[in-house]
Design a protein around this ligand. Structure first.
Ligand code: PEP
Ligand code: MN
Length: 346
């Protein structure tokens, strides 16, 4: 097996550097057995050099034509860091976009409970202009006696909802044994908060060709979230959306404490899009709109919100799900704030 490699140097090309000069640097790095990732930004081209630090040190990169600066990457996360790719990553699924100028409005039931409930919700969120449809097929429940999701049957219902509405599907992958089944239906594969540090699962997702929505663990630091994303990126999949969904604190008035400060930090630290889940953070329907507004205002790239036709009958997370009939107004309020931030619903 190949030894693990990580990017060690960042080569910043000068603004006037030519394509040939960039290619020359890349060729020299590759000759030395290193891998080069070129990121062509608006301001400058940056080359991340992945290889043995000692070996890289033998190449006089600083003197190469067109090279402005050679910097070591000191952060523990590398591929996901903004240093290596100064421009924001935009995630695309079935023509829908999240990141940079595109604000993602992902909405749908916590859990797929049946055909009618899912199709009704899908229609409601689609006509309100949602970007994607969410819905759990395999549910990570705190109690083994709680409803665990409809599994395969739910995946069939989600495909039907996509056919009817054209919305891409976001659904959670819980178990590496379900990778094939989930990836076949999902347009974006969600990794739940409880699995944020399931490193084997993350590595599996690094080998698929679908975007990953990675939720922050309730007790995970921002750095741990970025390192989890690095696991996916390292295997070759850099289509990752990060999601702040609330962390555990001493506070009991909300289900979790929504850490909007982390969103501001992440927007500086990484080029990946960062979205917010106000539903799981709040745990209460009446707080979802104000938290979603704050998310849009802090600079999040989108939100993921739970919507149900009759939340009082929901099999999971009823108290926090927004009524489908009220989602149109909710979407209007959020898109107004997103547009103040220079974003359009993707
Ligand atoms: C969910 O989005 O349905 C979910 C279970 O969220 P989390 O993993 O953030 O608890
Ligand atoms: Mn839920």
């Amino acid at each position: 097996m190949a030894a693990p490699i990580s990017p060690e140097l960042m080569i910043v090309m000068s603004p006037g550097a030519t394509q040939d000069q960039t290619e020359h640097v890349v060729a020299r790095l590759e000759e030395a057995g290193a891998e080069a990732r070129v990121s062509r930004g608006r301001e400058a081209t940056v080359i991340g050099a992945i290889g043995e630090r000692e070996l890289l040190a033998t190449i006089p990169l600083a003197g190469f034509p067109g090279v402005e600066q050679v910097l070591p990457i000191v952060k523990p996360y590398k591929l996901v860091s903004r240093e290596i790719a100064p421009d924001p990553t935009v995630i695309e699924a079935r023509g829908r976009l999240i990141g940079d100028q595109w604000f993602g409005l992902i909405a749908g039931p916590c859990t797929v409970e049946g055909r009618e409930q899912t199709l009704d919700t899908a229609q409601a969120v689609a006509s309100a202009g949602a970007t994607m449809l969410r819905g759990g097929a395999f549910k990570p429940r705190t109690s083994p006696y709680s409803f665990q999701g409809l599994g395969q049957e739910a995946l069939r219902i989600l495909s039907e909802a996509r056919e009817e509405t054209g919305l891409p599907i976001v659904t959670e992958l819980l178990d590496p044994r379900h990778v094939e089944a989930v990836v076949e239906v999902a347009d974006v594969v969600q990794i739940g908060a409880r699995n944020m540090q399931n490193f084997m699962l993350l590595a599996e997702l690094g080998r698929i060709d679908k975007p990953v929505l990675l939720k922050r663990g309730p007790s995970a630091s921002v750095e741990e979230l970025l390192m989890a994303a690095e696991y996916v990126a390292k295997e070759g999949n850099e289509q990752i959306i990060l999601c702040e969904r609330g962390i555990k604190t001493f506070e009991r008035t909300t289900r979790y404490t929504l850490d909007l400060g982390s969103v501001a930090v992440l927007k500086i630290e990484t080029h990946l899009p960062v979205i917010v889940d106000p539903s799981h953070a709040a745990g209460r329907r009446d707080l979802v709109l104000p938290l979603a507004r704050a998310a849009a205002a802090v600079g999040a790239d989108g939100i993921i919100v739970e919507v149900h036709p009759q939340p009082e009958d929901a099999l999971c997370d009823g108290p926090q799900q927004i009524r489908a009939s009220e989602f149109g107004e909710f979407a209007r309020e959020i898109s107004a704030i997103a547009s103040l931030m220079g974003r359009h619903i993707g």
